[in-house]
Structures are given as C-alpha cells and as structure tokens.
Design a protein around this ligand. Structure first.
Ligand code: PMP
Length: 418
C-alpha cells in the first residue's frame, strides 16, 4: 500500500521525538477542531498544536488569503525588506489589538518561534539595564534555547543543555506552595541590599503556566510583582506565548490584572494558521537595538503576516472573546462535574478561559487518561513537571457540540484509566 509506515518515525527520526509516542498514528488532514489520520480515523483536537491553533486547523478565511497571496506571486521571503504584507500586519495589529487596549509598544520580529521572542526579550532587558540576571518562577516554561531554558523551571528540560545554566534566579510561583510567600522573597531580592542577590535586569513570568501544569497566578499577585519591579527599575517581561492570543479569554492574558508589561512575548497562535511567527512587544523607550543587532533569516515571514493579519479579524469586536469566556466556564463546570464523579482520584480542576487542566495526584494517571483518550479519538496532552496534569487546549473556535463530544470522551477515558 502507499500508506506511510510508522517505522520511518521509529527507525529514521531522532529519539528526541515525543508526540509520535503519545499519538501513535500517521496524521494526514485537519479542519477546525478535527484531525484525521491516514486510515480516515477522526480525532477531536483538545491539544491545538500546544496552543498554536487557537483558530483551529485550516481556517477558511486565512486559507483563502494565503492562496490569494501565493496566486498573485506575493513575495514570500523578504528578510527585513518592507513589504505590503508586513505593513498590513503592523497597521492592523496596532489598530485592532494595541490601540483599543491603550497599549503603546514597538513591534520587533525576533525569529519564528516562541523561544526566539523570549531570547530577544532577555537580551534586550540585559542590554537596556546593563544588569545580567533575570528572575523567573518555579515551573515556568519559556523555551528550549540556552537563554530561554535558563529561565525554565524544569530539571529534565534543563538537563538537555548538558551544561549548568546561569544568569537566572528562580522564585516560587504564585500559589506554588502555601508555605512560601514569593512576594516577600521578590521584595527581599530586589529591595534588600543585603540579600546577596544582584539586582536583576528583569522578571519574566507567565500569567497562567501552560507547560508547568496550568498554574494560574492571581491578579493581585501579578499586580504586586509589577509594582515591586517598577519600584526598582526592574523590567517586567510577560511571556504570553501560550496564554496569549485569546487562550485565557482576552487577547493578552494580562488584561484582567491590568498589567502594563515592559516587554511582551507572543508566538504560537499569532501566526493564525499554524505558521511559525513570533513578535516581541517593546515599550518604545526601551527599543535601543541598533540596526542588525538582533537579526535572523526567517523572522517576519510574509506568509505569516498574511495569515496573522487575517486572524486579527476575530478581534474586531468583543464577541469572540466573550464566546471564549462562555465556553471556558462551561468546560470548567463540566470538568468539575466529571471529577466529582471520581472522588477517589482527587482530581483538581485549574485554569482560565479555554486553558484548563485536571491535576491527578496518582503517578502516571494523567498520562493514562491521555492514552485512553487517544484510543477513543481525542487528542490531549499532559503538562506539569511529573506529567501530572491532563491539559485541555481546544481550539478557541470549537463549538458546543465539539466540546461536549470531547468532554464525553474525556469522562470515559478517566473511567477507563481509574
Ligand atoms: N513560552 C511559553 C509560555 C511556551 O508555552 C512555549 C512553548 N510551549 C515557549 C515559550 C516556546 O515556544 P516555541 O516552542 O515556539 O519555541
């Protein structure tokens, strides 16, 4: 047969592959919140490319714009040259996203992925302040390159660097451990000259930790972190790579807390269609880069501009965000109902908007749930340092029918794993 043999992935691809193990089939097509493998089996997607597919697979509007652009010989690769596609994106992003939120940032194209935007943010913070350390938080995930990995709180991932990672200090995340008050520690590190810790360049955080296990920081905690940073001239970097682009119910995840970060990192769903794209938003007076000081071949790709500009259509009114919040509440309630049916499992529901998870304390249980879900046609992943959280990231465009179907499979999968 002309079907792709799984052995290609087993024998040829590096052992570092991971999703082939969790989802052992060969996928072929996808639309909206559904995927199909080469045998024609249908899967509901509660994973959404780890948050890169907030608008679902193959969004018809974006597809049309991309085809139109390609048909008209629109320039695809242009390095840093000015293009109409780039201008359209910059104009629309300012008009639809920044201005209505009273935000003033310069937009930088740091490279195509999330780790690239974090890396650029860390570099700029060090350059601007002339200081070298960055404070991050337990269980944070900021990327896989050396700089972004140095602020990532995951021993297994850090081991991948093969060398000790420096220039970062990790503090407990909000609600990480009731016994540790991270704000007091942060104050001590930043304000006590006897702390023995050098004043850092920046503090970097996620408002909801995705890879760390769907840990939600409270608005009060976020606000206080911001205030402590401000008092000492320490820059606040919000990594909105996973929690941003609507995932938590507002375009930026920090809107409910009313933060005004100095630097914001965006990627994943920013490209709209699943095309690699990232931007770094910089407080205008911090934009001290000299031309060419941070460049790269694939930053600011025109196909990404085209798709990303079209994706901004979703944000022209507040309707989309309201729907995310409604579906988020509905899903959360359903998850609480499900966990109530299995009290022995001690499942704890967490999250905000459509970024949700259930922590199962029993070792390996969340992974078993995801395996059972895959068998029943639902794609889900785990997160947290011990893979203890079954994570739900359905595309934000999912309808109630899709949510209900996925949740029914999840319930059956929990039952089967128990
Ligand atoms: N920051 C956060 C919060 C993320 O969740 C991720 C990806 N999971 C990254 C950075 C890194 O993004 P990428 O994988 O695109 O490099």
């Amino acid at each position: 047969s002309d079907k792709t043999d799984m052995s290609v992935f087993e024998k040829v691809e590096s052992e570092v592959r991971s999703y082939c193990r969790s989802f052992p089939t060969v996928f072929e097509k996808a639309r909206g919140y559904k995927l199909w493998d080469q045998e024609g089996r249908e899967f509901i997607d509660f994973f959404a490319g780890a948050g890169a597919l907030n608008y679902g697979h193959n969004d018809p509007g974006m597809k049309e714009k991309l085809i139109e652009y390609l048909s008209s010989d629109g320039i695809v690769h242009s390095l840093d040259m000015a293009t109409t596609a780039k201008a359209d994106f910059l104009k629309k992003f300012k008009e639809i996203i920044l201005e209505p939120r009273g935000l003033d940032y310069k937009v930088m194209f740091p490279g195509p992925t999330g780790t690239n935007t974090v890396e650029s943010a860390l570099k700029l913070a060090r350059k601007v302040t002339g200081r070298d350390t960055v404070i991050s938080f337990t269980r944070a995930f900021h990327g896989m390159t050396l700089g972004s990995l140095s602020v990532t709180g995951n021993a297994f991932k850090r081991k991948g660097a093969g060398i000790p990672l420096t220039n970062a200090v990790s503090l407990p995340y909000d609600q990480y451990d009731g016994k540790v008050d991270s704000l007091t520690l942060l104050e001590r590190y930043l304000e006590d000259k006897g702390s023995g810790v050098d004043l850092p360049a920046a503090v970097i955080l996620e408002t909801v930790q995705g890879e760390g296990g769907i840990n939600v920081a409270s608005s009060e905690w976020l606000k206080q972190v911001e205030q402590i940073c401000r008092r000492q001239g320490v820059l606040l970097i919000v990594d909105d790579v996973q929690a941003g682009c609507g995932r938590t119910g507002t375009f930026f995840s920090f809107e409910p807390a009313g933060l005004q970060p100095d630097i914001v990192c965006l990627s994943k769903s920013l490209g709209g269609y699943g095309v690699p794209f990232a931007i770094t938003l910089i407080r205008p007076d911090l934009d001290t880069w000299a031309p060419g000081e941070h460049n790269g071949t694939f930053r600011g790709h025109n196909l990404a501009f085209v798709a990303a500009t079209e994706a901004l259509r979703y944000w022209e009114t507040d309707e989309f965000a309201q729907e995310i919040r409604r579906k988020g509440e509905k899903t959360r309630t359903a998850l609480e109902d499900i966990t109530a049916k299995f009290p022995d499992l001690k499942g704890e529901v967490r999250g905000r908007g459509l970024m949700l998870g259930i922590e199962f304390p029993e070792e390996g249980f969340a992974e078993k749930v995801c395996e059972e879900a895959f068998k029943r046609g639902l794609i889900m992943e785990t997160s947290g340092p011990d893979s203890e959280v079954a994570k739900l990231l359905p595309p934000l465009i999912i309808d109630d029918e899709g949510l209900d179907k996925g949740l029914a499979i999840l319930e059956k999968s929990i039952e089967a794993a128990a």
